[in-house]
Design a binder for this molecule. Structure first.
Ligand SMILES: *Cc1c(COP(=O)(O)O)cnc(C)c1O
Length: 425
């Protein structure tokens, strides 16, 4: 199946007489004929459902669709993108361990790593995604357990050199985790470039309609945990809470990581997505390929308009010729990047505020990457916990306006921006 077909059909194939649409299994628990049978599930001896905090059939069908889109071997849904980012790292790193992360990542992820996970005893070294080979090499430590980057960073739109970082991670015997939220598997499949684990905030393009907060983690099945057994004891040594099973042995290279995250992290932390939200997510996924195509077309037109407008100080869109990441985007995202553009208005903060208040089609919202065109000033909202210096390091200029181009008619979006820019005269 090609990606457009997978969007509609992967993850669920109804048998004779079954519902055409993925059913919502809105049940916390599942019935068994004997305790012995249920016991096998608790021992991870048999596959099946017993409690929705760990697994639910609706969630699994939707996760399987995302795994198919990414070309992975296993996947799980989480309650949010934040939960996905947290689990993806915490599944293989604990107190005393270290992780190398790109500086060009979502502000929420930076905070999660730099504040909350540091308090849990995990150390992070943040590297400029365009750093020299020497700097990248120097970031690794003997206790490094993973490398983390974002395909297209929210909101700096830095395009990550996945292949290069995968090479560095593998040379140090650790996996590369990629947050693929902005690109979606329609525009980039990080596994094809050497990434080992992919995460998503499904809240963005995958849902696509401002309906449900959610996340997803996908395993490529490429990383050989057993070959680096000393680094990943959680996967390669017996788990006493499940009668001494060893994930990498019992579930193999393609299943160990997600099974462990489900059996331990979901069991203990419980950031599960509701089956109802998984159903909505699936509706979004069905049109993902069609929507991404329109997002990219519209954003290209809008970026080209902004680049020519005299009120605009600068435009950052990797699809624009002359953008720092134009060539890299051509390599990793040949069908286009995403619908998000950032730009600055001449006249700084005050002009930006006036401009934004005049908009009618583009609405002010703390959200990006969905059907509705929306706009935000990150230094004043999502990134306000960062100092100016940290903002610049994260690739977010203090005057940056983030515009998420939706799937409306591009001419309506452009006319709206044009009248608001004219109000600055
Ligand atoms: C929004 C976002 C997140 C966090 O996801 P939530 O669903 O809001 O928890 C993580 N990464 C990226 C790139 C995002 O845009």
């Amino acid at each position: 199946m090609r990606k457009e077909t997978k969007c509609v059909q992967a993850g669920y194939t109804p048998k004779n007489g079954e519902p055409r649409m993925i059913p919502i299994i809105q049940s916390t628990t599942f019935k068994y004929d004997s305790s012995a049978e249920m016991g096998k599930l608790f021992d991870l001896e048999k596959e099946g459902y017993f409690y929705t905090r760990l697994q639910n059939p609706t969630n699994d069908m939707v996760a399987a669709k995302i795994a198919a889109l990414e070309g992975g071997t296993a996947a799980m849904l989480t309650a949010s993108g934040q939960a996905a980012s947290f689990y993806s790292v915490f599944n293989i790193a604990g107190a005393g361990d270290h992780v190398v992360a790109s500086t060009a990542i979502y502000g929420g992820t930076y905070n999660l790593f730099n504040v909350t996970m540091k308090r849990m005893g995990i150390d992070f070294t943040f590297v400029d995604p365009d750093c020299s080979d020497e700097e990248l090499e120097a970031a690794f430590q003997p206790n490094t357990k993973a490398v983390f980057g974002e395909t297209i960073a929210n909101p700096s739109l830095v395009v990550f050199d996945i292949e290069r970082f995968a090479g560095a991670a593998h040379a140090h015997g650790v996996p590369l985790i990629i947050d693929n939220t902005f690109a979606t598997p329609i525009n980039c499949r990080p596994f094809e470039w050497g990434a080992d684990i992919v995460t998503h905030s499904t809240t963005k393009y995958m849902d696509g309609h401002d309906v449900g907060v959610g996340g997803c983690i996908v395993d490529s099945g490429h990383f050989d945990w057993m070959a680096h057994a000393d680094k990943f004891p959680g996967l390669t040594q017996p788990d006493e809470s499940y009668h001494g099973i060893t994930y990498a042995e019992k579930f193999g290279q393609g299943g160990a990581y997600i099974t462990k995250a489900t059996a331990q992290l979901m069991r203990d932390l419980g950031a599960i997505q509701s089956p109802q939200n998984a159903f909505y997510l699936n509706l979004g996924l069905e049109s993902l390929a069609v929507r991404m195509e329109r997002h990219v077309q519209n954003a290209q037109k809008v970026a080209e308009f902004l680049a020519k407008d005299p009120h605009v100080a600068w435009v950052n869109y990797p699809g624009l010729k002359g953008n720092k990441y134009y060539e890299r985007a051509k390599k990793y995202l040949p069908n286009g990047t995403c619908g998000v553009i950032s730009f600055g208005v001449k006249g700084g903060r005050a002009a930006a505020e006036k401009f934004m208040s005049q908009l009618q089609v583009a609405i002010i919202a703390t959200h990006v990457a969905d059907a509705h065109t929306c706009i935000l000033h990150p230094a004043n909202s999502t990134h306000r916990q960062l100092s100016d210096e940290e903002l610049i390091r994260a690739g977010v200029a203090p005057d940056l306006i983030r515009l998420s181009v939706g799937i409306e008619n591009a001419d309506d979006i452009i006319e709206d921006l044009e009248q608001a820019l004219k109000s600055l005269d």
